[in-house]
Design a protein around this ligand. Structure first.
Ligand code: C2O
Length: 552
């Protein structure tokens, strides 16, 4: 059947500049897009071409990343600073142009240079192309819910200070829903997100965790939610009263307004699996008001899980399954060409003796590593330019496929794991043949802080084969692989002190970053990259860069 839908060109202009906002009894200058927080909401249909002209009128180097977009043959538009482009310098512009094919659902865009994404972010919603429909009943209305973090300070200064002292950045002062902290914070009675609904309808909430560093629990008083997609990949309907969402992830839920006419709070706060590290323990809330609710009614408040409720987080994450046969479903690739076991975690860096360091251990700075390599961005030329123009010396292709030493992740301690503690720095990547199938066991280490790390892969989605706690055991844990209906994602929260196994098909030539989506971890080297070679035909070869690609 012909759907006869003309793919469109959807064009936006982003002016990225200072914006002064009053929040939490403070006046704060932030960097924002087109004068709003969150920034512009982009709505496209699958098949459309998106064109975004980005004018950098901010004082900082800037890039924009389209989180979760495949960027098939358009790696020049992916956006991570020094990976696929040099930054857009203050006063300059760059046009991102790419077609969105074979994916639909909720994604988002955010700055991908320094810590700018704290305030430079927005929703990117891909609806089915005209004539196609959702694999669930058409919702009455669609509502983006962007969860964020707010600081009563300049986020770039916070990050620079943390990097200089070698410690984690100051924790945020508030969480936000669609930019608003909500009435549990000082001076915020009227700074609360409010959603008006009609009774007896079904709403599609498109929930995005745009927070810099925190996984969140999200709940609505007295209402169940039905998860229908994660990371713009459809899931089997999953009924839950709580959503767990890591930075980078999205969750689409159906919300039926089946409760008595009244008002109900929605609320979010941290899920923090680590013990003993400071974090923002506050709660943001918004309110859902049914039409006809008396203005005097006091909204009901949901009871959120405890901060460290890992069983609840794990239950949510592991109960999700992919919608086999749904739009854009891809079966699990069965034959693996490239296997990797990658340890991921925080590490330490020796502090130059003439500086004061406030790292986790005296005389150290906070660092992070994957297979004991701490990733450093190149300078002078982006990795994708080096790939395309065949320039050597920008990265090396010797990223280890396995950790350098045997290691017991469950009995980890700083003293027993000194060889894995101080990770050498470099720009090491893994080269992949076009169309090869990659399997990665992501093994969370516990040397410096036991924590759940949301790992994001640029340019692809992956099947989540299995996940669990402790050490991945190839003899027994491969039996847990889901070959039938695994969830498909672009960001996986690797369980605290545990592991996850993912598979993807390297069917897109270019340079693709993989990293922890906690910004504080990415900034200390929690990353590596895949360099996918060109395929055999022009249609599988990365085209030259656009003429306005920023130069270093
Ligand atoms: Cu949403 Cu590399 O990031």
């Amino acid at each position: 059947a012909s759907t006869a839908s003309a793919a469109r060109i959807v064009e936006h202009t982003f002016h990225v500049q200072n914006l002064t906002l009053n929040r939490l009894c403070n006046r704060q200058v932030i960097t924002a897009v087109n004068g709003s927080l969150p920034g512009p909401r982009i709505r496209v249909r699958e098949g459309d071409t998106l064109v975004v002209h980005v004018y950098n009128k901010s004082p900082y180097n800037l890039t924009i990343h389209w989180h979760g977009i495949f960027q098939k043959l358009t790696g020049w538009a992916d956006g991570p600073d020094m990976v696929t482009q040099c930054p857009i310098r203050p006063g300059n512009k760059y046009t991102y142009r790419f077609q969105i094919t074979n994916q639909e659902g909720t994604l988002w865009w955010h700055a991908h240079a320094s810590a700018l994404r704290a305030t430079v972010y927005g929703a990117l919603i891909i609806r089915p192309r005209a004539g196609n429909s959702y694999p669930f009943p058409k919702p009455y209305r669609e509502v983006p819910i962007l969860l964020g973090e707010w600081w009563n300070a300049n986020i770039i200064e916070i990050q620079n200070e943390a990097l200089a002292l070698g410690r984690a950045p100051n924790v945020s002062d508030a969480y936000t829903i669609n930019g608003w902290p909500g009435d549990l914070y000082p001076c915020s009675i009227n700074q609360m997100y409010k959603l008006r609904v009609k009774q007896g309808k079904t709403y599609l909430l498109r929930i995005i965790n745009a927070a810099l560093d925190k996984q969140l629990f999200y709940k609505i008083a007295n209402h169940k939610m039905i998860v229908v997609a994660v990371d713009a990949c459809y899931t089997n309907p999953y009924v839950t009263d709580v959503v767990v969402i890591a930075p980078g992830q999205t969750v689409d839920v159906l919300l039926t307004t089946d409760q008595p006419i009244g008002s109900y709070y929605m609320a979010a706060r941290a899920y923090e699996s680590a013990v003993g590290i400071p974090f923002d323990t506050t709660t943001t809330r918004g309110v859902i008001v049914y039409d006809g609710a008396p203005s005097s009614s006091t909204p009901l408040m949901p009871v959120l899980p405890a901060f460290n409720d890992t069983p609840t987080a794990h239950k949510f994450y592991t109960n999700l399954t992919g919608l086999v046969g749904g739009p854009h479903w891809e079966p699990v690739p069965l034959i693996v060409d490239h296997k990797m076991l990658v340890t991921i975690g925080l590490a330490l860096e020796v502090c130059p003796s003439n500086t004061t360091c406030q790292g986790p251990v005296n005389g150290t700075k906070l660092s992070a590593s994957m297979n004991n390599e701490s990733f450093v961005l190149p300078t002078g030329l982006s990795m994708l330019q080096a790939f395309f123009f065949k320039v050597g010396g920008v990265y090396t292709t010797d990223f280890p496929a396995n950790p350098p030493v045997q290691f017991d992740y469950t009995n980890a301690s700083i003293n027993s794991n000194l060889p894995l503690l101080f990770a050498p720095k470099g720009t090491k990547v893994t080269k992949l043949k076009f169309n090869s199938v990659v399997e990665i066991v992501l093994q969370n280490t516990a040397i410096v802080g036991v924590e759940n790390h949301p790992m994001h892969l640029h340019g692809f989605v992956f099947h989540v084969m299995a996940q669990g706690f402790g050490n991945f055991n190839p003899a027994t844990d491969t039996n847990k692989f889901n070959f039938v209906d695994p969830q498909i994602r672009n960001t996986i929260a690797v369980p605290v002190g545990g592991w996850a196994v993912i598979r993807f098909v390297a069917n897109n030539p270019g340079v693709w970053l993989v990293h922890c989506h906690l910004d504080a971890h990415l900034s200390v080297g929690f990353a590596t990259a895949f360099v996918v070679e060109n395929g055999p035909t022009p249609a599988t070869t990365l085209p030259p860069p656009p003429a306005d690609l920023p130069q270093c």
